[in-house]
Design a binder for this molecule. Structure first.
Ligand code: ARG
Length: 401
């Protein structure tokens, strides 16, 4: 008896997921492997990947373009929640996992599979995100993770694949481990494992080095409706167009690089490089619009929710009751987060230089220092008397007055 009969395998076309195909059949007795490649706007050509799965021994090879759904249902809610894991990482890789899990579970139902599989190793966050998301969507499905168990080195993996007709990588494979989708790139390993060494320029694809950025700034106006970005410079943009165009503008000015030490869920620290220009800018702009349109108590309370929400995405809890409850809070908070934010891109910086909204809570006549001032200065005196009472009493008692 094998571990499963029919398996839907998350497939990228790389060495590991390709080797999973013969491995599942030879070592674990799987009868039928259905591969599923997700198009998340990573820019790969998917037809060669679809064919590679078949030549690696898959019975069925599926490709699903879920880029639009990815941006609309995963990235945009994260922008509304201003999610930055450990204050910096816009979760560009993490957000893709629950969606891949969802289409795996759907394909398993469609093809009557009794298990799904992925090529994650045992050291990362992605295995957690897949396993927990799949369990949330169908707790009766088995999850197989061959690369977590096979214990083969890179060379051994390639040699194993060659026995079953999987070509070894043509070019000397990159020393880096890279994950890519429309939202950005995550780069690990190689020289980057030395936390002291500066990342070589060659690892970046979506962001220019400051030395190569234009000497003139670009100004872009981003329109939000209920916390969702909908237009650039007044022209409507689909969710996918919005991300693609902002990646190009911001990346062209060297905006969106992140170099950080990160705490993984599995307890280890790792050095991570990210490029996520559009996400970085959209979160910054969205947060600015909130500061114009939300009351101070709602904005401040929301910061705590955002932090929890970011951790939940990072830790694989996208499909969970707490996440659903927080979604309700966040959606309610966005009712009047509509307006326009003006961003200046220049030499590695995205600076918010203007914001406006029909729902602005900013009252110039209250804030002004000119004669238009409507603020009641006398009222401030009584307010401060009451506000400062506990401190005054405390100070008197401390002095023994
Ligand atoms: N550390 C990041 C995260 O957990 C990036 C993971 C990159 N994944 C990969 N398979 N290279 O979201």
């Amino acid at each position: 008896m094998g571990r499963a009969n029919k398996v839907v395998l998350a497939y990228s076309g790389g060495v590991d997921t390709s080797v999973c195909i013969p491995y599942l059949k030879q070592e674990w007795g799987v009868k039928e492997v259905i591969t599923l490649a997700a198009d998340l706007g990573q820019g790969d050509e998917l037809e060669p990947i679809r064919l590679k799965a078949l030549s690696s021994g898959a019975e069925v090879s599926l490709v699903r373009d879920v880029t639009a759904e990815f941006v609309r249902d995963y990235a945009f809610p994260a922008i509304q929640a201003n999610t930055l894991y450990e204050n910096r990482y816009p979760l560009s890789t993490a957000l893709a996992r629950p969606l891949i899990a969802k289409i795996l579970v759907e394909a398993a139902a469609e093809y009557g599979a009794d298990a799904v599989a992925h090529g994650c190793t045992g050291k990362g966050n992605d295995q957690v995100r897949f396993d927990v998301s799949i369990a949330a969507l169908n707790p009766n499905l088995k999850v197989l993770a061959p690369a977590r168990e096979w214990g083969m080195s890179r060379e051994e993996t390639i040699a194993y694949g060659e026995k079953f007709g999987i070509p070894s990588p043509v070019k000397k494979s990159s020393p880096y481990s890279i994950d890519r989708n429309l939202l950005g790139r995550s780069i690990e390993a190689g020289i980057l494992e030395d936390a002291w060494s500066e990342p070589p320029e060659e690892i970046y694809l979506l962001t220019k080095a400051i030395a190569d950025t234009p000497d003139e700034p670009t100004y872009t106006e981003i329109t939000f409706e209920r916390g969702v970005p909908v237009a650039l410079d007044g022209n409507a943009r689909s969710p996918v167009e919005m991300i693609a165009e902002l990646n190009a503008i911001a990346g062209g000015h060297g905006v969106g690089r992140i170099d950080m030490m990160e705490n993984r869920l599995v307890g280890i620290k790792s050095r991570e490089i990210y490029e996520a220009p559009a996400m970085v800018v959209l979160i910054q702009a969205h947060r600015d619009l909130e500061s114009l349109t939300l009351t101070s108590d709602l904005a401040q309370y929301k910061r705590g929710i955002e932090d929890t929400y970011a951790k939940m995405i990072y830790n694989g809890l996208w499909y969970s009751p707490l996440k659903t409850a927080l979604d309700a809070f966040i959606q309610s908070s966005q009712e009047r987060v509509s307006g326009v934010v003006r961003v200046k891109f220049f030499k590695g910086n995205a600076t918010i230089v203007g914001r406006k909204s029909a729902y602005s809570l900013y009252d110039e006549d209250l804030a002004t220092y000119t004669s238009a001032d409507r603020f009641d200065h006398k009222a401030a005196e009584g307010f401060i008397y009451v506000w400062g009472m506990p401190t005054r009493v405390w100070a008197q008692k401390m002095r023994g007055d």
